[in-house]
Design a protein around this ligand. Structure first.
Ligand SMILES: Cc1cc2nc3c(=O)[nH]c(=O)nc-3n(C[C@H](O)[C@H](O)[C@H](O)COP(=O)(O)O)c2cc1C
Length: 240
């Protein structure tokens, strides 16, 4: 008997635990660095790029709300205009692919917003009683547990956190494919919103803000220094 799967479903209930070599992933994560010089002539293949987008789609988000969208800016004139509003994104704008992570504002995070209804009813297809249980918990979450509805800013920042998880997944996949990336916060959010949202109409500023950006492509130079990180002792406290 054929089992119906909606376009929103990704089969995983029957998957067995992966038996992959952890060294491969650790190598990729060590290889990844915040690339400062991209080869503007080398383009990521469609197959590799689709894998990076799949990594985005598979990212976890709080409550499964997926409050993000990706703007992939491939237009050279728009990239040129963006340069005026970002001190830290100049090199990234030369990369093969350039992603603006849009995340949702409070109006779309309200439980009865058309967006959350879409997620609960069409994407997750939750039965009414489970949706009702969500409603109760979400009210508690937004007003008291995490106070995400305390302000417009708190709501947007919460949505943005989810966007950062998406970005991290994408960068890890890129490194796994031997590609380079750079996460980017070195731009002015207001000016960039005025350009991409208000002037160019690439997104609706009532519903979305710019959380972060990232460039993906091929390095044009090796990193100048080894990676530095605090030691495990500085990072981890085990409480037994
Ligand atoms: C959220 C975020 C924003 C960043 N913004 C920029 C940026 O605007 N420009 C830049 O060159 N590097 C940026 N970086 C790169 C960091 O400086 C870099 O990841 C960090 O120094 C660690 O180095 P590594 O990524 O090479 O291991 C950013 C990193 C993160 C995680």
């Amino acid at each position: 008997m054929e089992v119906y799967m909606s376009k929103y479903e990704i089969e995983n209930v029957k998957l067995t635990a992966p038996k992959l070599d952890r060294k491969d992933l650790e190598y990729a994560m060590t290889y990844r660095y915040a690339c400062k010089k991209f080869d503007s002539k080398k383009k990521i293949s469609e197959e590799d790029w689709n894998a990076i987008l799949t990594a985005a789609r598979l990212a976890p988000t709080s409550l499964g709300f997926e409050p993000y969208e990706l703007l992939v800016i491939q237009n050279p004139e728009i990239r040129e205009k963006m340069k005026a509003h970002g001190w830290g994104i100049q090199a990234g704008l030369e990369a093969s692919h350039f992603v603006v992570f849009l995340t949702r504002k409070k109006v779309d995070l309200e439980f009865d917003s058309p967006y959350v209804r879409h997620i609960q009813e069409e994407v997750k297809q939750l039965p009414a009683e489970i949706d009702a249980a969500y409603r109760e918990k979400y009210a508690q979450f937004t007003t008291s547990d995490y106070k995400t509805f305390e302000s417009e800013r708190a709501a947007f920042d919460w949505a943005s956190k989810q966007g950062y998880i998406v970005m991290a997944n994408m960068m890890t996949m890129a490194a796994y494919e031997g590609l380079d990336s750079c996460p980017l916060e070195g731009f002015n959010q207001d000016d960039m919103t005025a350009l991409l949202g208000d002037e160019l109409g690439l997104f609706d500023t009532k519903h979305f803000g710019i959380a972060v950006m990232a460039a993906f492509g091929y390095r044009d130079e090796e990193p100048h220094r080894n990676k530095t990180r605090r030691t495990m002792d500085e990072i981890v406290t085990v409480v037994e």
